[in-house]
Every structure is written in C-alpha cells, then in structure tokens.
Design a binder for this molecule. Structure first.
Ligand code: OGA
Ligand code: MN
Length: 207
C-alpha cells in the first residue's frame, strides 16, 4: 500500500474538534479522517476477507448468550488483530493516537480498542440499539470508519443516530469517521442498495 513506511499522525486540530464535539454533543463526524490511499487499502482488505470466507454473520449480545439474529442485524464481520497487515496496523496505530487524546482531554481511562470489519450485503440493516452490553459496560466510545468509494445518498445505508429528539442520518462515505459515546447514543443502520463496508470499533475502559 501507499504510505506504510511512515507513521501517520492525526492532526492536533482534528483531535481537538473530536474531543470538543464529544464533550458538547456526544458525537462527532469527520470526512477524510485518514488518507484516501489507506481507505482504499482497508476496503480491499475487507473485500479480500469476504472473498476468502473469513467474515461471519455477526451476533447480538456476547458470550454464552450471543445469537445470530438477521432480523436485528444482517452484517458479517471479522475482528482485527495486531500484525495482520500494513493497512490494518496503520488504522490501529491511528486509533491508538485517538485513544490517548481522548484520555488526556476527557479523562475517560480508555485502555483498549477492539474493532472489526463489517460488510452489510444489499438490504441488510442493524436495528436501533446502544453499543453497550447489559452485563459489560466497558465500551465507552464507538468509532465507525466507512470504506465505500463513491457512495451516493440515494443508495441508502445511512447511520441514523438519535442525539436528541430528532434523528440524524450520516451517509457511509469512504474515509468518513463517526465517533460517539457508546452508552448514550441510540443508533441504527438503514438498508442500502449496494454492499456497505466499514471498520467499527470501541474504546473500552478497564473492567
Ligand atoms: C455497530 C454499528 C454502525 C455503522 O456495529 O454496532 O452500529 O454505521 N455500526 O456501521
Ligand atoms: Mn452500534
């Protein structure tokens, strides 16, 4: 991929905006969060994993009670590990910079980041939910990075968030990051007419 040998650094102004948005309204959105070449490499990686059959239908809930329920969410996922490739490592390094900035500014005590690729086939959706399990409140900040080249609003697939009384739709444009407080922001994924790719992750506090 392009740019792998250099360490990418998140811009200070960008980090300040994210921190201020989270503190003031509980969510934040940024286009071109990462270089376009990296977005392309991550999209290619997600497609390759899908082609290799490495993505599996996502479950609802965790541990012994986890269940695949297509009427609730229809995406297929694969969790990321460190050291799987240049593109995914570059993404994890960027998210670690974000984790440290959030800790410094908001004292969130985030000590871990878990993330997965997600692929929604045409028509798949994820019903309204909050990103926190009943029996595990470690997930504190959610971050979704979209990997879709040339997405058009009429193709659907919006992330619909409910920051207050009115819903707000965010189109899953490639390179766009949406970040929000996991325990406080109800949201859903609307069905799309084309395949929808993303990297979704959670900054977690210590248990
Ligand atoms: C999730 C989720 C949002 C999106 O995976 O929990 O809400 O836009 N994803 O993909
Ligand atoms: Mn969610």
């Amino acid at each position: 991929m392009a740019n792998t040998s250099e360490t990418l650094l998140l811009d200070h102004t960008l980090l300040t905006t994210i921190v201020d948005d989270l503190a003031e309204k509980g969510w934040s959105q940024h286009d071109r969060f990462i270089p376009q070449a990296l977005t392309h490499d991550l999209a290619a990686e997600c497609q390759q994993r899908a082609a290799d059959g490495r993505l599996a239908p996502a479950a609802v809930g965790r541990g012994a009670t986890a269940q695949v329920r297509e009427g609730v969410r229809g995406d297929s996922i694969q969790w990321l590990e460190q050291g799987e490739g240049a593109a995914t490592d570059a993404y994890l390094a960027l998210m670690d910079q974000l984790r440290q900035a959030l800790n410094q500014a908001l004292y969130l005590g985030l000590d871990d980041f878990e993330s997965h690729f997600a692929l929604y086939p045409p028509g798949a959706f994820y019903q309204r939910h909050v990103d926190r399990f009943r029996d595990d409140d470690r997930r504190t900040v959610s971050a979704v990075l979209y990997l879709n080249d040339g997405w058009l609003a009429e193709q659907g697939g919006a992330l619909r968030i409910y920051p207050g009384e009115t819903a707000l739709d965010v189109a899953p444009m490639g390179g766009r990051l949406v970040i929000f407080m996991s325990g406080e922001m109800p949201h859903e994924v609307l069905p799309a007419t084309r395949e929808r790719l993303s990297l979704t992750g959670w900054f977690r506090r210590r248990a």
